[in-house]
Write a protein of this length. Structure first.
Lengths: 359, 394
């Protein structure tokens, strides 16, 4: 029994963090955000060199064939830097859709491109994951898709979209067959869009893959929030050890220390839950959907608490653009809402016990 | 990550299951006294299911420390609904302390009878004026010939009424700095001059006592460690105590009871489980129970390698005790008006356990290092934040 990261995984975290310190600094984040750049090519290239885009893709298509936990550790590292890059769709969910739901021809065409970072993907799964708002939804007839998909994820530079229809079937649609409108959101580090389909040719993927895709996306966002929350705690602790008031470091006041302790006390067990959810995705598939729902709901609650508390520890400077802490605050806020908010995810988790509001 | 235990451990699991099937009928029932527990305890020690890692020469089973084996044993006992070995402060706190710091004579004299449940201990640490600031304790032991003579008072002493012996912190060097003037003594509760008075708490029970000492004479050989080094000895023991509180298995057991409640209880004929409000609240708690459970596995993995897990271990007392308390809170809320019932009566659920637990657990949040002390520990030792500056001497 070994409930711990392997030495390879620890090394992956460490070296990826070092690379991101160079390629995803706060100064670079500001430049990219100012340019509206949410899939920065230099960052994509740096990550591609690292093999990040092929993390879970099997070796026969040019990937590393690693586990969902490895993919989650990458997501956590990107969250720690609020990195403005499309990873969840390109490297994890779209490849998974192809590996578990694609035809050999689809796999051959798309997996190598995605694994090398040459092609991007976006996810039009919001209606299936969180329910339809404003009458959104896509329908299929004779192989043609029509309708709108809101809150498409990683909608920047995508060559292909993975689309769930109202009746929960899955299709692959090439970029030339839909129009993309970017949706301005609180989080400028992420690309969120509205996709419109008009008789767009949809290439079917196996519908059974849909719950797996949602579970994977939820694990990735939970891990991203974990990374972002860890950063916000580190930032709060560092600030409290440098800021003086009343002639002493504010970090020596129990009122401030206890806020930091509460953040740490929430984050650390949540990390264990995230590890398990990612592990279960590969090793205990019968539990995967439920654990992913719990992990994302729980990390969303903790993330919200940490985002608010860390900002508060910083005092007035915490809410300024000058400090930049708000990028993480907003990233955590965005993660919470997408692919199902905590209440919806908990309702899904409750189904395990046979409980439902309509009984 | 590999959650499989492997063939050697699975063999142990089979062995424990076979034991449970064969001997389960001999197990004492819940609420059994110390006397009724002894034959069961003896059987468990012989089979290595209690006192597993205590050396044979001191009355234990003599296995190498193996947290994974211990976990399998406790899992299987829990699954079979059998009581594990005796616990209590003698076995869980004093015995490890003596093994680490006791003399050979003390080990021989105390460990065996304690393990067998023939010698029950209580802990004399807290005082009315010394709670979180334990090192300020004032119970005095002055030297008189070959004896120490003890005067003062202890409080929050559980099992003092039943105990044969006390392990106790006293001030032997009143002029030394507070941490350097304390000694750790062991003595019988039958020693003349000891007066035990039950302390009734908000639960209505007397789970604790006050213990008064008037010219209590104990031989100098009762000391563990050197004179004035009692603080170091006590810290060895406190380390063992914090490991005991906030056990994730307890939270999982309680959570399962709540799931049953959601299935069994109805309001206007509708199951609680089908009410979105209770469902949402319970699922929120389930995520926390799972998180603490997996966190426990992480700590277990580190312990099995002989490593200190760091932050994931430092937060256990705070988070575990809060979670247990929240689970009791949920039960009371979900029971609605039934939740006010207590002690007895036809409508009472689970013998009034949830109200009792909600009140008793608040004591656990405070005891063994309050939540605020835990937050100091997490921020100072875990996050490296500065200590509160000391006040200038008054």
């Amino acid at each position: 029994m070994e409930f711990a990261l392997s030495s390879e995984q620890a090394l992956l975290q460490e070296s990826l963090t070092r690379a991101l310190e160079t390629h995803a600094s706060l100064a670079k984040l500001r430049e990219r955000v100012a340019a509206g750049n949410t899939r920065d090519q230099t960052l994509v290239d740096a990550l591609a060199e690292f093999g990040v885009y092929g993390v879970i893709t099997p070796g026969e298509w040019g990937g590393a064939g690693l586990s969902m936990l490895d993919a989650a550790l990458v997501s956590e590292a990107l969250g720690r830097f609020a990195a403005p890059v499309t990873y969840v769709a390109d490297a994890v969910v779209a490849p998974l859709a192809l590996v578990e739901g694609g035809s050999p021809a689809q796999q051959q065409e798309w997996l190598p491109q995605l694994a090398s970072g040459k092609a991007g993907a976006c996810l039009a799964l919001s209606e299936a994951a969180a329910g339809a708002r404003d009458g959104a939804g896509v329908t299929e007839k004779n192989g043609k898709l029509t309708g709108k998909a809101l809150f498409a994820f990683d909608a920047a530079g995508a060559g292909v979209a993975i689309v769930a229809t109202k009746d929960k079937r899955l299709f692959l649609v090439r970029a030339e067959h839909f129009t993309l409108k970017k949706l301005p959101t609180i989080d400028a580090t992420r690309a969120i869009g509205e996709l419109t389909f008009k008789d767009a040719p949809g290439e079917p993927l196996k519908a059974e893959a849909l719950p797996r895709l949602l579970a994977a996306a939820r694990i990735m966002l939970a891990a991203d929030t974990l990374g972002a929350a860890s950063h916000m705690l580190t930032a709060a602790v560092a600030y409290a050890q440098q800021r003086e008031q009343f002639g002493r470091l504010i970090g020596s006041f129990q009122a401030v220390k206890h806020l930091c302790a509460e953040m740490a006390a929430q984050i650390e067990p949540a990390r264990s839950l995230m590890w398990y959810a990612a592990y279960a995705f590969d090793e205990a598939p019968e539990e995967a959907a439920r654990m992913a729902a719990h992990a994302k709901a729980h990390l969303s609650e903790i993330g919200t608490f940490v985002a608010r508390t860390s900002t508060e520890v910083h005092g007035g400077i915490g809410i300024t653009d000058l400090l930049g802490l708000h990028y993480w605050f907003k990233r955590i806020g965005l993660n919470r809402q997408l692919f199902g908010g905590p209440e919806r995810l908990r309702a899904e988790a409750a189904a395990h016990y046979g409980w439902s509001a309509t009984a | 990550m590999d959650l499989a235990y492997g063939p050697a451990y699975e063999a142990l699991r089979e062995e424990v299951r076979a034991f449970a099937a064969k001997h389960g009928k001999d197990a004492p029932r819940g609420g059994a006294g110390f006397g009724d527990m002894r034959p069961w305890q003896k059987l468990l020690i012989e089979n290595g299911y209690a006192a597993r890692t205590i050396p044979k020469e001191y009355g234990g089973y003599g296995a190498k420390p193996d947290p994974l084996a211990s976990r399998i044993i406790s899992e299987e006992f829990l699954a079979a609904g059998l009581p594990t070995g005796m616990s209590g402060q003698g076995i869980s706190m004093l015995v490890p302390t003596l093994l680490e710091l006791g003399t050979e004579e003390q080990k021989q004299k105390y460990i065996g009878p304690t393990l067998r449940g023939e010698m029950i201990w209580c802990q004399g640490y807290s005082e009315p004026g010394s709670g979180s600031d334990l090192a300020s304790l004032k119970t005095r032991a002055h030297e008189d010939g070959d004896d120490f003579v003890i005067n003062g008072q202890k409080i929050w002493t559980s099992t003092a009424k039943q105990a044969d012996m006390m392990f106790c912190l006293v001030r032997t060097e009143p002029d030394a700095p507070k941490h350097d003037g304390i000694s750790y003594l062991l003595f019988p509760m039958s020693t003349p001059g000891i007066d035990v008075r039950p302390l009734t708490t908000m639960t209505g029970g007397a789970e604790f006592n006050e213990v008064f000492f008037t010219d209590v004479r104990v031989p100098k050989t009762s000391i563990v460690g050197k004179r004035g080094e009692g603080w170091r000895v006590a810290n060895a023991t406190l380390r063992h105590e914090r490991g005991m509180l906030g056990d994730p298995n307890q939270a999982m057991t309680r959570f399962k009871m709540l799931v049953d409640m959601m299935n069994e209880e109805t309001v206007d004929g509708r199951r609680l489980g089908d009410d979105p409000i209770w469902r949402d609240r319970l699922m929120k708690l389930e995520a926390q129970v799972l998180a603490m459970g997996f966190n426990g596995l992480r700590n277990l993995t580190a312990a099995a390698k002989g490593e200190f897990p760091g932050m994931s271990a430092v937060v256990v007392k705070l988070q575990g005790c809060e979670l247990n308390h929240e689970l009791a809170r949920f039960a009371i809320d979900a029971l609605g008006e039934l939740g006010i019932l207590y002690e007895s009566g036809e409508h009472l659920r689970n013998n009034g356990r949830w109200q009792w637990q909600y009140m008793f657990d608040l004591g656990l949040i405070i005891g063994g290092g309050t939540a605020q002390i835990q937050k100091n520990i997490i921020s100072e030792r875990g996050l490296g934040m500065p200590r509160e500056p000391k006040l200038a001497a008054r």
